[in-house]
Design a protein around this ligand. Structure first.
Ligand code: AGP
Length: 613
């Protein structure tokens, strides 16, 4: 969850670190700091709150140097304040460190160090690490060796970056487990380091991602990659395609608004190069899927968190309907502790925008331990989920910066549809004609998404009506039941309004007691196989004095007589309808949050990537 930036080279590190941290703001944080080696000693600046406070601190007390590290912290141990902000120093003031992750055994380490006379200056778990490093540093043992010795004491998942005024020519970085990544950027006579690509893309696109249990020793001339035992490792430099500008807001006020409107492009890109509309063939080469294995699969378990889990629910319906293959959906934080029944004939399919969500990664590990094949649908290239998978599908949407997921929800819906067609094809469940017909439906999606986006002014009017509501119920059935969950989550996480997604058929089993005039009910009722059921649900709600906002298919005269307000969507094949019906709900939640003057891109308490349990 925390952001890390490092620099070593001929330029002043301070502005490079600050601009890098700025590009990592989306990860969510509550304090920030930096350390630079200036005139052979380490200067630290850090404060609680947003980056602006650190910037003004640096303006008041300038610091510059050729080597430095910076950090944005999302508090796990210790209040978000200046003394708990990273970077953290030890006792000598000669070593400083930033950290992403949780030291699970920090209490016992803290006690052990205290008996050695160490005095602590913060309430964080992180501080024990830098004191451990100092314990081992000596004239014979340098920074990287001392770090290796210190890391052996730690339990948990970590991304760690250290510098020392005694060795002002290097940065030492290490990664253990699934904590936020560590990526090393290769410049011309200068080197960069970050927890995530956007922080360094303006400087270089040539990068190496550290794997778990690897250490990098970085000088301005390059990088030595090692195991945590000090054995030298070869490394391959990736050149990433993401354009730094793409991660900017462009003409939009918020990243989220930009990303909602990018969905014509992102639904196009996620299809690009993967279907032959003539033959109907689907190609997902990174899945490494053979016909033999496709026919061997007995079950698929789709695991994810939050918005991604609602895409998983849609995937279940698509795969079972098209492939006739048993498919389960499991919330990753539950799956990991359930001792699940999976084996070598099971595919555990993870869906994750960031590819770094701790619960999802742990659920993948639980599947791996039981012999399952691991697949993932991810957006972040080089992410942990992608790299531990036997095969993956990249969402190909480009960076999603807004904390609330939008294009990284609609893209996997299409990826799951293509996966279903590919599996059905390889298992002989569909013939070539059926394959062509299924693939042909995909061609319309980007244009239909565009039609929904053009209706934003009408959706804004509905947002005006709902902006001050305190509660809201979202109802859906069948393939649009997950749409109800996702629509409710968008409203919850953006506007802080209590909103609940519910299977419409469940209303009569309790929730209908909630219906009254000031409880708007959003009913997702496009012309799909569950339409009639939704009409009767809307009638039941109206009969009890409820107010209904319907998501309905263009031209539906019946619903316009029944519902109080309508969010119109174009007709689409029902199996692809969730990628369409969700668009007005994304815009509705966005507009209400803007009207309520809230922090749309970084809602309170939330982070873009939940890399801790
Ligand atoms: C969605 O709007 C939320 N930001 C959150 O539920 C998110 O989908 C969830 O944390 C999973 O993230 P991931 O896709 O990066 O794994």
């Amino acid at each position: 969850m925390c952001g890390i930036v490092g620099y070593i080279g001929p330029r002043d590190a301070t502005p490079i670190i600050l601009s890098g941290l700025k590009r990592l703001e989306y990860r969510g944080y509550d304090s920030a700091g930096l350390a630079v080696i200036q005139n052979s000693s380490i200067e630290v600046r850090r404060d609680a709150g947003k980056l602006e406070r650190l910037v003004s601190l640096v303006e008041k007390e300038p610091v510059q140097g050729k080597l430095g590290i910076g950090h944005t912290r999302w508090a796990t141990h210790g209040e978000p304040n200046a003394r708990n902000a990273h970077p953290h120093m030890g006792t000598t003031g000669e070593v400083v460190l930033v950290h992403n992750g949780i030291v699970e055994n920090f209490l016992e380490l803290r006690d052990e160090l205290a008996t050695e006379g160490v005095e602590f200056h913060s309430d964080t778990d992180t501080e024990v690490i830098v004191h451990l490093v100092e314990r081992y540093l000596s004239t014979e043992i340098g920074l990287e060796e001392a770090a290796r010795k210190a890391l052996r004491h730690l339990r948990g998942h970590h991304g760690i970056v250290l510098i020392s005024s005694k060795e002002p020519d290097k940065i030492v970085a290490a990664r253990i487990g699934n904590a936020g990544g560590v990526v090393v950027g290769f410049g011309e006579g200068e080197m960069f380091l970050a927890s995530d690509l956007p922080a360094i893309l303006e400087h270089t696109r040539d990068v190496v991602f550290l794997e778990s249990r690897q250490m990098a020793v970085i000088t301005e001339d390059g990088m030595d990659l090692q195991t945590l035992n000090g054995e030298k490792l070869e490394h391959e430099i990736h050149t990433v395609a993401w354009d730094p500008v793409a991660a900017e807001k462009g003409e939009y006020r918020h990243f989220m608004h930009k990303e909602i409107h990018e969905q014509v492009r992102s639904t196009t890109d996620t299809i690009a190069g993967r279907v032959d509309f003539e033959s109907g063939e689907v190609r997902l080469p990174h899945l490494n899927l053979s016909k033999e294995f496709a026919q061997q699969i007995e079950k698929i378990v789709v695991i994810a968190c939050g918005t991604a889990s609602y895409a998983a629910m849609v995937g279940k319906i698509l795969i079972e309907r098209i492939v006739r293959l048993p498919t389960e959906v499991d919330i990753a934080s539950e799956f990991r502790y359930r001792d699940p029944i999976v084996d070598e004939n099971t595919v555990v399919l993870a869906i994750s925008q960031s590819g770094e969500t701790a619960d999802t990664l742990a659920a993948m590990a639980a599947g791996r331990e039981r012999g399952a094949k691991l697949w993932s649908i991810v957006n972040a290239i080089g992410s942990q989920a992608m790299r531990i998978s036997d095969g993956y599908i990249s969402m190909q949407t480009g960076p999603e910066i807004g904390v609330a997921s939008t294009k990284a929800y609609t893209a996997p819906l299409i990826d799951l549809y293509m996966l279903a067609v590919l599996l059905a094809d390889l298992r002989g469940v569909i013939d070539k004609k059926q394959r062509r017909e299924l693939v042909a439906e995909l061609r319309h999606v980007p244009d239909l998404v565009g039609q929904c986006l053009q209706r934003e002014p009408d959706i804004q009017k509905v947002a005006e009506v709902l902006r001050d509501t305190s509660h809201c119920l979202y109802l859906g059935r069948g393939i649009n039941m997950p749409t109800a969950y996702e629509g409710a989550l968008k409203l919850k996480e953006l506007s802080y309004i209590h909103a609940e997604g519910y299977p419409a058929g469940e209303m009569k089993h309790g929730p209908i007691a909630l219906v009254e005039e000031d409880m708007p009910v959003v009913a997702i009722a496009p012309k799909d196989p569950w339409y009639e059921k939704m009409i009767s649900q809307i009638e039941q709600t109206k009969a009890r004095g409820g107010m209904v906002v319907a998501v309905a298919t263009d031209g539906d005269e019946l619903i316009s007589t029944l519902a109080d307000l309508v969010l119109w969507v174009p007709q689409v094949n029902w199996m692809l309808s969730p990628a369409i019906t969700v668009i007005p709900l994304q815009i509705l939640a966005y507009q209400i949050a803007v009207m309520r003057g809230l922090d749309v891109d970084q809602p309170r308490n939330l982070a873009k990537s939940v890399t801790v349990e």
